[in-house]
Design a protein around this ligand. Structure first.
Ligand code: MEV
Length: 435
């Protein structure tokens, strides 16, 4: 197997690219030139990118855009979004404009608690373990003092630590469940360091206990949880139902249809997944633009959507006393310090555009992006249908795919103003134009 290699990470970047292109590319020269082209022209900036991960060959890029006019708690934001999907930013900007004239978005951070767990197995009397844990609680916590010192000085740190008996779920399974306040840091490294230190102390102390002579508790692993139901943010919009009237849309009818669409997304998981996917279009775009961990956010958000035992909408709506109310509630563990925030130039820029928010403010802005996205999607779905707006935005991708010139693009954009866009229709129109 010639294409198996050891010591790959030790090669220089050029050697890695050569090796890759020789074994895995049909056109090595073109692949090399592509990988080289997307390396940053500033070697210092590129070096930082190279050191984010192992085996960096180039940079993977995505569009970086702005959705302006977001009135959030009386402050206007232009929200940076990194996303490849055609209509997402346009939809966000449209929703922002819609709510700008109707009071804007109101937000609230409900809680900011993060979680980490030390998972262990103990197959003897649970009371022995509980006694040991309680009598050594202070030593366990004190052993992490060096790690928590700075966080604590800023008002964060370990909030709670308890031993949980999970033997009903799994034989011998216990956990030390810990809650943390990590302030403006997402907190993964802080939490994992605390957990590992406490687990180590636990093992050392347990080693010396006569009560564990027969059976020793065995630490299996120590890791934060990305399920953060107590790191919660809410964002909402509301207005009199008649103010939902727009062009030929009747406010009352729109509000009722919107509500029914939301009820369906609460009742039907197939719809709820797509409904929430639309929300994540907005959330992920902001999370990525601000250098946060979108996998952690995704995992935590979807678990939250299933907290009632079936997967449901993250947004809610009601009509009350002639007013339409629409809101989102979701867990978001975000950071505005640490991670890539200072290292990635576009993340720095994005944070600057947002006025260098703290973590709570970023939670609010991100939740609003999700709510706006969902409003735009459901509004389209219950009125014009989604394809009209989406395909209008996608038209340029189709034209670029057919290699259309600027002149051809301009003519066909005009042509499709009142025509339905589809791949076949664009191909046909382009062929006609070229005749
Ligand atoms: C597409 O990326 C997102 C939507 O499907 C969301 C939804 O159906 O609500 C339009």
């Amino acid at each position: 197997m010639k294409n198996v290699i050891s010591g790959f990470s030790k090669l220089t970047k050029e050697q890695k690219i050569d090796w890759l292109c020789d074994y895995y590319s049909n056109n090595p020269e073109e692949s090399k030139s592509l990988l080289n082209r997307y390396n940053n022209s500033d070697p210092d900036v590129q070096k930082i990118h190279d050191e984010f991960i192992e085996n960096t060959l180039s940079n993977y890029y995505m569009p970086f855009a702005i959705a302006p006019n977001f009135l959030i708690d009386q402050k206007v934001y232009a929200i940076p979004m990194a996303i490849e999907e055609s209509s997402v930013v346009a939809a966000a900007a449209k929703a922002a404009k819609f709510w700008l004239n109707r009071g804007g978005f109101k937000t609230e951070v409900v809680q900011t608690e993060k979680v980490g767990q030390i998972h262990l197995i103990y197959s003897d009397n649970p009371l022995t373990l509980k006694d040991f844990f309680e009598s050594h609680r202070h030593e366990l916590l004190d052993s992490a003092a060096e790690i928590t010192k700075n966080m604590q000085a800023r008002g964060g740190g370990i909030l709670d630590m308890k031993l949980v008996d999970k033997t009903a779920q799994l034989e011998g399974y216990f956990q030390i469940h810990m809650c943390f306040e990590t302030l403006d840091a997402m907190g993964a490294n802080f939490i994992n360091s605390c957990l590992e230190q406490i687990a180590k102390t636990f093992e050392t102390l347990a080693e010396q206990q006569a009560c564990f002579e027969r059976h020793k508790p065995k630490i299996v692993m120590s890791i934060l949880s990305n399920y953060v139901p107590n790191c919660l943010v809410r964002a909402k919009v509301s207005c009199p139902v008649e103010e939902l009237k727009e062009n030929d849309i009747n406010g009352q009818e729109f509000a009722e249809n919107f509500l029914t669409a939301l009820q369906i997304a609460h009742a039907e998981p197939y719809r709820a997944v797509t409904h929430n996917k639309g929300i994540m279009n907005g959330i992920d775009a902001v999370v990525i633009a601000t250098g946060n961990d979108f996998r952690a956010v995704e995992a935590g958000v979807h678990a939250y959507a299933a907290k009632n035992g079936s997967y449901q909408s993250l947004t809610h709506a009601k009509i009350e006393k002639g007013n339409f109310h629409f809101w989102i509630e979701l867990p978001l563990a975000l950071g505005t310090v640490g991670g890539l925030t200072k290292l990635h130039p576009l993340v720095r820029l994005a944070m600057g555009i947002l006025g260098n928010p703290n973590a709570k403010e970023l939670m609010k802005i991100t939740a609003v992006a999700g709510l706006a996205q969902n409003f735009a999607a459901v509004k389209s779905l219950v009125t014009t249908g989604i394809q009209k707006g989406h395909m209008k935005m996608h038209l340029l991708n189709i034209l670029n795919g057919f290699g259309a010139t600027t002149e051809e693009k301009n003519q066909l954009i005009a042509h499709f103003k009142n025509e339905t866009v589809s791949n076949a229709a664009v191909q046909k129109a382009l062929e006609e134009l070229r005749k």
